[in-house]
Write a protein of this length. Sequence first.
Length: 240
Amino acid sequence: MGIYAGLGISTVTVHDYGYPARLRERLGNKAPALLHVAGQSALLSEPGVGVVGSRGVDQNGAQIATAVAERATSLGFLVVSGGARGVDLLAMNAAYQVGGRVVGILADSLTRTVSRAETRKALLDGDAVLATPYGPEAPFSVGTAMGRNKMIYALSTLTVVVASDHETGGTWAGAVEALRGGFGRVAVWRGAGEGPGNAHLVRRGATPFENIDQLDLILADPDEPVVAPPEPSQETLFTG
């Protein structure tokens, strides 16, 4: 048993059966060699909607992040995000509160995150999985965030950018890298709460949407199976 087994953390390598195939297929030689995982690792291979955006998102953007997560859950998708303050936590908690399941790809300490009581409950109940390609105790850095970002895009059926700065910040860099590298499909919110970079991401090839109902059409893909959503819950997964 590993030294982190007592915290429910296991390790899966790129050669193991439980390693998510999407990472190998979409990232190629950029796929992480191993993942440290807490929770149901099988969730990493299920269809999900990524939700990303600024830590300093405004009230309108916060409402969009919540609405996207709730709609994705109602359609049977997991919600995939990075566990950071702002859009990430808003989306992940919104999904969890309506009975959805959550995938968190962390750029910060996995051991500290799993030590929180509300997070451990979600992990034990099978409603969430947390993963990181970095050491379980590794602190946040710009480098870990960028490596984390490409994984969100690669694991997701579609990743929604709620609010992005223009030519600066992790959200912008992650979206541009995903579009350039073909890591996964990217949709961008165009409306109240968007960031100054959103329109520019559309020019780079992202799909715009101006109404939450449009997500149903954007997500429609016969190659991606949709699973039935679980029964609702009213609990909180993470605290910022």
